[in-house]
Design a protein around this ligand. Structure first.
Ligand SMILES: [Zn+2]
Length: 303
């Protein structure tokens, strides 16, 4: 009985995706509900994805590889948080945004997740050791002392002066906290996780406490900040994952971690589909085989 229900779900998903992906149509009467972020972050696809513009207030994309699509909620959360940081602390460098998801989700090179439009890599705000804002050095690890060494002195401080000190940058804890604070305070962001290394979480949370921030807000931040157990520690970026919204639950959005009590109440869940099978079916349907590679392991370092 259960397997029949799952099969029905897959067939409905099939119809919905083949229609929505190929002709951009609304879901058919046969599949009235399955759309948007479908599946779990490591196995899934997305219809109706929203494109994050290449740059906006307080942010710019790191790459131009087209992997910049997400749910409307994710894209808005990134834009809003970056703008709030820029307004609160003007004069800094923009937030560098790494990959989100591909146009129709599915496998994204270098990532195991990022398949359902609910993940975004946010590079870390950085300063020169003496406190000048500096462009993020890219995916370079920051240590427990908050410093990251740039091999060959690759940092590009706002000042053109070059010295040995420019081979290091340090975490801009102030802007990083502002970013975290904006994300967790936003009622629309639905933050599920902010994956980051344990020692960077400690720096950010200590800073928030020293600042006298609302203990409840700090507790929420501590809850969602997490060093992932199945990839690198994430000492080189903050990985934002948003939860399924209540509406998205009804249209096929699944899993990816806890659904925190402070998020809006969700309906009872349908049985989780076999996403491996769904991905196999979708390989043949989505443009460019968006689900292709869903069963191919990505590098272990990737999340
Ligand atoms: Zn990541």
């Amino acid at each position: 009985m259960r397997s029949r229900a799952l099969l029905t779900l897959f067939l409905l998903a099939l119809v919905a995706l083949s229609c929505a992906a190929c002709v951009g149509a609304s879901p058919t009467p046969l599949a009235p509900a399955l759309r948007g972020s479908i599946g779990v972050p490591h196995h899934g696809v997305i219809t109706d994805a929203v494109e994050l513009p290449r740059q906006g207030e307080g942010y710019r994309l790191l790459r131009s590889n087209g992997v910049r699509w997400g749910t409307a909620g994710l894209v808005a959360a990134v834009q809003r948080a970056a703008a709030e940081v820029a307004r609160a602390r003007p004069g800094g460098e923009p937030l560098l945004v790494g990959d989100l998801s591909a146009r129709y989700g599915g496998a994204a090179r270098g990532h195991r997740s990022h398949r359902t439009g609910r993940d975004a890599d946010l590079l870390l705000y950085a300063l020169t050791p003496d406190g000048r804002p500096v462009r993020s050095p890219g995916f370079i690890d920051f240590g427990p002392d908050g410093l990251a060494r740039i091999a060959g002195g690759g940092a590009a401080p706002m000042s053109s002066a070059s010295s040995d000190a420019d081979e290091y940058v340090r975490l801009d804890v102030e802007r990083e906290w502002l970013l975290v604070k904006s994300l967790v305070r936003s009622p629309d962001a639905h933050v599920q996780w902010l994956f980051v290394a344990r020692w960077l979480e400690a720096l950010i949370i200590e800073y928030a406490r020293a600042l006298g921030e609302d203990p409840e807000l700090v507790w929420v931040a501590e809850s969602v900040l997490l060093q992932p157990g199945d990839s690198t520690a994430h000492a080189d970026h903050l990985h934002l994952r948003v939860a399924c919204t209540p509406d998205a639950f009804l249209s096929g959005c699944l899993g990816g971690g806890p659904y925190w009590p402070w998020l809006p109440a969700v309906p009872q869940l349908v049985p989780p589909p076999d996403v491996d099978l769904a991905a196999a079916i979708l390989d043949d349907l989505l443009p460019g085989g968006a689900a292709a590679g869903s069963r191919v392991a990505a590098p272990d370092s990737a999340l």
